[in-house]
Design a protein around this ligand. Structure first.
Ligand SMILES: O=C(O)CCC(=O)C(=O)O
Ligand SMILES: [Fe+2]
Length: 468
């Protein structure tokens, strides 16, 4: 495969061809052969259950009516049985090996500053090169398949001024265990307290014993790899920037308006309220997309109840507002990068939805901005902001490019996105008062999504534009 004609960098000459990209580090991972005989990250590690903590929950913003009740203490036993999220429990000794479940200390030590000339200081016609890249319809994966050895200059990222500092501070990553919260009132109260705390300080938390089987998560990640690693001519059929299509596959949704171009490719598909029929979806992963989304919807209803309780609202409040009305699935592919210090997998941003549930493999690279420093987080964050009026944080996060990839992740966004809706959202009435007046103006999900898309990633926060 040939790469589009992109200059590698202003000062380093043209794109070079090489035989091989850096190999991914397979040293201490149990690799299983993929469908094509190659190695894939299925991470079937028995005792560590790697994928257990790959669920990332990010409180975002909301919307619906008359949802079933989940996890209400005191519900009748029939409902309780059905609601019983956890289908397995992680043995305590395994948790110990992964990290202390409630105080997972991370030490920041990596220098993650970007070392490339920022796009606005480069002297070339960026649009021409962006178009050449876009028209190849093969994304970043296509460049890597063409064996480039230098990162083309369109991907150079501006440094995050003021946020490059690293230090040796220990942070506690909130991890919530949802086991038995439908039956044990004390456990439920404890979880609600932790969610309140995690959402108010970090703006994100991780969950375990969430009821989605490891096999389902593994198959979802595997399906994503199958999609991106199939024949590029088949994959090209899905490449588009037309947001009205059921499946939108491209590289950088904000290619022409984002602050920089990211080292990743993405597929977006709306899975609710209208579930697409299987033949509208890519063959490589259609069944698992439908199955996985069902599980995430169920988990979402549980989480919105817990979040409602954490806000001292009626447990059904957020679900009744319709937070679970819409679900968009985004699956990302971050190919191995020959010069990861020059670009980013995903620029700094906070999400635009009510809540994001993120499933990632174990390559790593996700970081959260916390107390003005980038912190490596195995899995991560998002946003619950407009509605809770800054009570819950919409945390900024990014993904580093990395030479070990490919890395894949699946972000499920609770949002109706660009669907035409007239429902108005703003700070929750029950949470505002004379002493705590609204900080954001009202909007619709569509208006906010359109604004977010127009700004692209890496620019100032879209949310700030709604501040009163
Ligand atoms: O790939 C990841 O880990 C993060 C993805 C993300 O932040 C997003 O889809 O908004
Ligand atoms: Fe995000």
């Amino acid at each position: 495969m040939t790469a589009p004609n992109l200059n590698a960098s202003a000062d380093e000459g043209n794109v070079d061809m090489v035989d091989k990209l850096p190999e991914r580090d397979e040293s201490d991972q149990n690799m299983t052969p993929g469908m094509d005989g190659s190695h894939t990250n299925a991470w079937k590690t028995d005792n560590l259950r790697q994928t257990w903590n790959q669920k990332m929950i990010t409180p975002g913003f909301y919307t619906r009516e008359g949802e079933e009740e989940y996890f209400d203490p005191g519900e009748n036993s029939e409902d309780e049985a059905d609601d019983s999220i956890p289908s397995y429990t992680i043995p305590a000794e395994n948790l110990q090996r992964m990290a202390n479940p409630y105080r997972c200390a991370l030490v920041i030590k990596k220098d993650t500053s970007i070392k490339a000339t920022p796009p606005n200081q480069q002297n070339f016609d960026r649009t021409i090169e962006l178009k050449a890249f876009d028209e190849s319809k093969t994304g970043v994966k296509g460049l890597v398949d063409a064996k480039i050895t230098k990162v083309p200059r369109i991907f150079f990222s501006p440094p995050d001024h003021g946020f490059e500092k690293t230090s040796e501070i220990e942070f506690s990553i909130p991890i919530l265990d949802l086991d038995s919260i439908g039956k044990d009132l004390n456990r439920r109260k404890d979880v609600v307290d932790r969610i309140r705390d995690a959402s108010g300080t970090w703006g994100f938390f991780q969950v375990m014993n969430h009821g989605i089987d490891v096999e389902v998560m593994d198959e979802m990640l595997e399906g994503v790899r199958r999609f991106y690693e199939q024949d590029s001519e088949v994959k090209k059929e899905w490449y588009t920037r037309d947001g009205s299509k059921t499946v939108v596959y491209n590289s950088n949704f904000d290619l022409y308006n984002g602050a920089s171009t990211n080292w990743r490719d993405t597929v977006y598909c709306s899975m609710a309220p209208k579930v697409p029929s299987p033949d509208e979806l890519p063959e490589a992963c259609r069944d698992i997309m439908i199955e996985y989304s069902k599980h995430v919807m169920k988990l979402g209803r549980v989480l919105f109840k817990l979040l409602s309780e954490a806000l001292d609202l009626d447990p059904s409040h957020l679900n009744e507002m319709g937070c679970c009305d819409g679900l968009g699935i985004l699956y990302h592919y971050y190919p191995a990068c020959p010069e990861p210090e020059k670009t980013l997998g995903a620029s700094k941003h906070s999400d635009y939805d009510f809540l994001t549930v993120l499933l990632q493999d174990n390559i790593g690279g996700l970081q959260i901005l916390y107390q003005n420093q980038w912190i490596d987080i195995p899995p991560v964050p998002g946003a619950l902001v407009l509605i809770s009026n800054d009570k819950f944080k919409s945390s900024q996060h990014r993904v580093l490019a990395n030479s070990k990839g490919p890395r894949v992740s699946v972000a499920c966004f609770f949002t109706t996105g660009l669907m035409p809706t007239s429902k108005i959202y703003g700070p929750i009435k029950e949470l505002i008062s004379e002493e705590n007046p609204p900080k954001y103006r009202e909007t619709t999900v569509r208006e906010y999504s359109l604004h977010y898309n127009a700004k692209g990633l890496g620019n100032s926060s879209a949310l700030l534009d709604f501040k009163i």
